[in-house]
Design a protein around this ligand. Structure first.
Ligand code: KG4
Ligand code: ZN
Length: 335
């Protein structure tokens, strides 16, 4: 049988990435991170779009060269259609369309959130269907019931902020640079998670909310800084550990409930926040206590990357799910 070789492109937020997958094996994952946003404390859409424009050709070239793949060998081109920033998506979508048109090969649209989940099928150890996936990123917090590679149902989601956003905003309140999630993780390792208590809130069903706790953290820091201007500096590790502990407890409460209600013990975690070491430890512990089998993608496939778009593209290629040249980005694309 002829090889299935797909070039995948990801440009939904602030990483420009390209990857080659051959017969379901992801050969590489080239990521150009945009440093330009750091000094603004968040992603600036216009700057993201310009940086994608600069990075996309070198990143695709590198992916093709390193994999030793010639343009003529490509079976299809997969790209992130959404969700994401319009101007950022537009760069990847336009690039993929032009290249597919020039090479006269099929185009495959990929949902970024579905791809985060399919990142679990890149390595050797993958969850068995049906499984639950806690998808936690800067833009999303969802519990997804995954029935097959391409059949997924969102059974719980955040009603306001995403947990990654809550990590980043808390870090910003503490004066830490963007993105603050990984920094909170790092400082939390030295701190006491029970040093400070924050309210967990109470949201019905399997949904989440992170806006209340964010406000509670804001008031907590403000009140303590009034008493002692060096409060954050003196208690950095304990504050980070306590914030992280609270976020993880909130996430676990609904995940446990979903596992009980759906009687599923195959539990996967995806998205940027799945890189969090506290979350990983807590889930490892729960796997022993509750008999769960827990799955995390490799670190490089946790945050935004084209490897996950490539594996999603592969499954969509097998299902012959192609799109035409009239396709456009979909910033609010749902799962
Ligand atoms: O999936 P992702 O790379 O981009 C989106 O699609 O949003 O997720 C980025 C988010 C950011 O909010 C970042 O702070 C968070 O993931 N993040 C972490 C860690 N690494 C990345 N949050 C907590 N601990 C980490 N180690
Ligand atoms: Zn993402």
């Amino acid at each position: 049988m002829k090889d299935i070789t797909i070039l995948a492109i990801e440009s939904s937020c602030d990483e420009t990435s390209a990857s080659i997958v051959r017969n379901g094996k992801v050969l590489n994952n080239i990521v150009a991170t945009q440093e330009v946003h750091q000094k603004y404390g968040g992603v600036i859409p216009e700057l993201a779009s310009r940086a994608h424009q600069q990075h996309i050709v070198p990143v695709v070239d590198q992916a093709m060269q390193e994999a030793g793949v010639k343009k003529e060998e490509l079976s299809a081109i997969a790209f992130t259609r959404g969700p994401g920033l319009l101007g950022a998506l537009l760069v990847g979508v336009s690039f993929a369309k032009s290249m597919a048109l020039a090479l006269d090969i099929p185009l495959i649209e990929v949902n970024h959130m579905q791809a985060h989940i399919l990142a679990h099928f890149i390595g050797d150890r993958s969850p068995k269907f049906p499984f639950l996936c806690l998808t936690v990123s800067g833009g999303h917090t969802q519990i997804v019931l995954v029935k097959s590679h391409l059949e997924m149902e969102v059974i719980g989601k955040t009603l306001d902020d995403a947990v990654g956003e809550a990590f980043d905003k808390s870090a910003k309140l503490m004066g830490l640079p963007y993105p603050g999630g990984p920094l909170i993780d790092q400082f939390a390792k030295e701190g006491n998670p029970h040093a400070f208590a924050f309210p967990m809130g109470d949201i019905p069903a399997l949904d989440y909310s992170f806006s209340g706790i964010k406000t509670a953290i804001l008031y907590f820091l403000r009140d303590n800084l009034k008493k002692d201007p060096e409060f954050i500096e003196k208690n950095k590790a304990d504050i980070c550990a306590s914030i992280q502990y609270t976020f993880i407890q909130i996430l676990m409460r609904k995940l446990k409930r979903a596992a009980r209600e759906y009687k599923i013990n195959e539990i996967a975690v995806a998205g940027g926040v799945s890189a969090n070491s506290g979350l990983r430890e807590t889930l490892d512990q729960l796997s022993g206590e509750l008999g769960w089998s827990v799955y995390f993608p490799d670190f490089q496939y946790c945050t935004d990357n084209a490897g996950m778009i490539a594996i999603a593209g592969h499954y969509k290629y097998l299902a012959k799910e192609f799109v035409g040249q009239d396709i456009s980005p979909m910033p609010r694309m749902a799962l």
